[in-house]
Design a protein around this ligand. Sequence first.
Ligand SMILES: NC(=O)c1ccc[n+]([C@@H]2O[C@H](COP(=O)([O-])OP(=O)(O)OC[C@H]3O[C@@H](n4cnc5c(N)ncnc54)[C@H](O)[C@@H]3O)[C@@H](O)[C@H]2O)c1
Length: 406
Amino acid sequence: MAACLQLNAKSLRPYFPLNSVFVSKQSPKPGRIRCATSTPSKRYTITLLPGDGIGPEVISVATNVLKLAGSLEGIEFKFQEMPVGGAALDLTGVPLPEETLSAAKQSDAVLLGAIGGYAWDKNEKHLKPETGLLQLRAGLKVFANLRPATVLPQLVDASTLKKEVAEGVDLMVVRELTGGIYFGKPRGFGKNENGEEIGFNTEVYATHEIDRIARVAFETARKRHGKLCSVDKANVLEASILWRNRVTAIASEYPDVELSHMYVDNAAMQLVRNPKQFDTIVTNNIFGDILSDEASMITGSIGMLPSASLGESGPGLFEPIHGSAPDIAGQDKANPLATVLSAAMLLKYGLGEEDAAKRIEAAVLDTLSRGYRTGDIHSAGNKLVGCKEMGEEVLKSVESQVPAPV
Ligand SMILES: NC(=O)c1ccc[n+]([C@@H]2O[C@H](COP(=O)([O-])OP(=O)(O)OC[C@H]3O[C@@H](n4cnc5c(N)ncnc54)[C@H](O)[C@@H]3O)[C@@H](O)[C@H]2O)c1
């Protein structure tokens, strides 16, 4: 069964005994304690992994936004903060302590800031912060990576595309994350029949791998505008022929979603020619790697882009696509909106709490409409703010319950 289906079903039952104490490790700021509009009916445990650099700053903002949006929807969160990346290396000597993975696995969803920094750059591979992130993704068995690319009306000028092309773009790339040519065997180096050195890899997909990513993609399209484009290279690759056959077969389970197919070379062109034609795109690991970067650049701002990684069951991993930005860490300059929007994805795709997710998305738009900008998205005529103040403004917008755009 698809991850989204299972996780949604999970949200229907209380997760903990009613007498459990739900407290955050992050103490609320004075004047920021708000009462829920009703007795919480749903409770979730969220593992917070602030990580390194700007990670703790953006996670702090996103946690406060989650708490408030949740309380307005009758949701209560228990936050458990754990070390990962460089922070974990300094504390425990490894980039992903067992306790962190175990806490993450037992929670309902995981929200990550970012990992990495100069201090650990020269470490051996197994002691690099990045290794901790790869271990976390593998440990949570997240095979579906969801990366939205939305051009917000307030930031349309940040796109490198012409305004009329970029305006209104709102697409989602669903990338298969754990199969295909990046993992396929055989792989390696050798010699060909002429004794010449060769390097080789294998693009291979099994039916179950395609079926499960297809179901996540159909579920995702269903939650968006009901259109799914499957991208492959079925005119050349056998693995793509199987991909197309299986996606077509799974489509019969989703009669309400309109399915189309496109070759990857055409998709790369169409993304810059007319990106508005896409709603949800599903594709394999390597095509998804390339197309999701291409799509995200249409929006023009790394500080605004969230992501979600989902498995077949168990918690999803939600994180901004940016890194730890060591050049601005600790200076209150980070844009927290990518992490805030990752929190919205956590609610929508991880917990099935769409109303709370919409509150957050609408609040981000409202904050931008009111002219608040961090340095990375600032332009003349807007109000330059730091990470904390941006967070405070988003909280005001969540509280004023601005309606989500239809
Ligand atoms: N998922 C992750 O945790 C992740 C992803 C990419 C890189 N990294 C790590 O992060 C470290 C820095 O890598 P990098 O410099 O290549 O990429 P980066 O994304 O950290 O930074 C690139 C540029 O974008 C800016 N930037 C990034 N996020 C921002 C935000 N929220 N607000 C404002 N500006 C922002 C930075 O200041 C920098 O100028 C490295 O150690 C790298 O390995 C981690």
